[in-house]
Design a protein around this ligand. Sequence first.
Ligand SMILES: Nc1ncnc2c1ncn2[C@@H]1O[C@H](COP(=O)(O)OP(=O)(O)O)[C@@H](O)[C@H]1O
Ligand SMILES: [Mg+2]
Length: 595
Amino acid sequence: MSTVSAPRRPQRVKAKFFVPFAIALLFILLVFAVAIYSVERRVRDQDLAERSAAVAKLFAQKLDKDTNLMLAAMRALMTNQAMEGALRAGDRQQLAAQAGDLFQRLRREHRITHFYLTSPALINILRLHSPDKHGDHIARVTLDRAQARQLAVHGLELGSMGTLTLRLVMPWQGAGGLAGYVEIGEEIEHLIDEISQSLAVDLVVLVDKHYLQEAQWQRGQTLMQRQGDWARFTSHAALAQTTAALPAALDERRLAGLLAGGTTEIRDGERALHLALVPLDDIAGRRIGHLVVMRDISALASTVRWSLLAVLGVSLLAAAGVLGVFYLALERVERDYRRQHDLEHQLLHLDTEHRRILQIEKLSALGTMVGGIAHQLNNPLVGVVNLAQLAEREADVPVRVRELLGEIRSAGADCRAFVKRMLVFSKVSSFEGKPTEMAALIEETVLLFRQAESRHLPVTIDLEEVAAVITVDPVLIRHALFNLLLNAAQATDGDGEIRITLRREDDPERGLPGWTLAVTDHGRGMAPAVLEKVFVPFFTTRSDGTGLGLPVVQHVVLLHNGQITAHSEPGRGTRIAIWLPGTLPATPSTERENA
Ligand SMILES: Nc1ncnc2c1ncn2[C@@H]1O[C@H](COP(=O)(O)OP(=O)(O)O)[C@@H](O)[C@H]1O
Ligand SMILES: [Mg+2]
């Protein structure tokens, strides 16, 4: 028996597809999340850049507007003849009396914090905002330029005490020539408050320490009751800010990043702030500091966070749904797969079982065969032994001994006949085919059969119009036909007719051309249980049968690459048909009857 390996266990279909699918889905979600995050960053960066540009522009516009207001105030002042005279004369008392009210009004209404009256030689006559200090030479870019050009000059300037002031200096040209210079200025802290409000950003004014001296700065802080921060950064001092205090997270490192041209993000209590710098240049074109623009992105960040969470949540739900459906589908596939596998396994098992049964059957057939042979030989041998004993006992009666010897010989002959039949059966496997005229073959066999069969039953031969010449082994076919005739005769009580037919017929299964040779009788027929076993070697229902007739016929037919079929009805008769392959006949033939 050949061995067949068991089919492999079905692999885990789910694991094979589900895990990569889930990973792919998660990867897509991740990419999605990263995309949303980067879009949010871009939006934020763009917003900060736009706001920083707006801060710079609004700052410049506000400086312009304030300059115009200061110019208007200055022009109004210069219509005062008495004051012109006092300036020319360097009369501090008179000047203070004339300009005191105006300065108070300007301070109140226009946040003018500085008011200087200076001689043509740039010696200070009166500081209305600080009347005790005078007589010093003032060296400042605005004043120098006004003197050089004899025109009004304005611009942003850093004061010695760390004040960032918008200054306007105007030469007072009267009927008697240059009377002196008038200078007004405003500190610009209020501007950053206004800008902060209109652009919804917070601002910090940073001043480069190159242009400051710590002692002076500290004096200014005390004098003007300021809360500037000198120590936070090594390079810059924080002059003012729109928040209550400098954000603690804005440190040296972050400032360095900002100064290098980047943006940064910090947390300030509850708020998330996004920071960038806007440069501050003074009238001389020096970069004296920066405005730190701080955009509160808490709302944006939380919106993005929520929308990210919502999108991820919905995507995860959708993914879970898809995965669920996929999982179910895979489960079904796996179930089918497993069922098929089990089925295959069962089939394999059945096949193995079948082979085992076949093996057992073969063994039992062998047993039956040996039993049959033993039985066939035993009967005559028992006879021989008995007859020999009898002969011994009657040795003195020669006639009787001769008689008994005759019977012994006949029993021996029976044995030899049986052995001969066995030999025929064993020889059947040698096959010598040659084109054979079937009509002649059939007739010869019938003749032979008549000699062997004592009852002289009628045998009819029914052939086609055309003569059948088929390539067969005539000895084997004759033997097979003989066997069929013998069986038919043995099954027929009385004088029922036996009919031999030869018909052109294609093999219904293979479609090959061929001939069907059939022997039909009207004898006892067979019960289905008998019919089933007629081709099993040594199966017989007759006491003197060998059970080899039909197996030999089947063997012969198979050697001819033909087929054998048996039809039978109990009480009505039997038809055994053998189909043999063969091409078309050449000459016609006739039907005849032998009685
Ligand atoms: N034409 C037939 N009509 C009825 N029974 C038949 C016929 N041919 C064969 N059989 C049955 O088949 C059995 C087997 O036949 P066979 O193989 O020729 O062996 P045997 O003739 O030695 O019994 C017979 O014993 C008989 O029962
Ligand atoms: Mg027989």
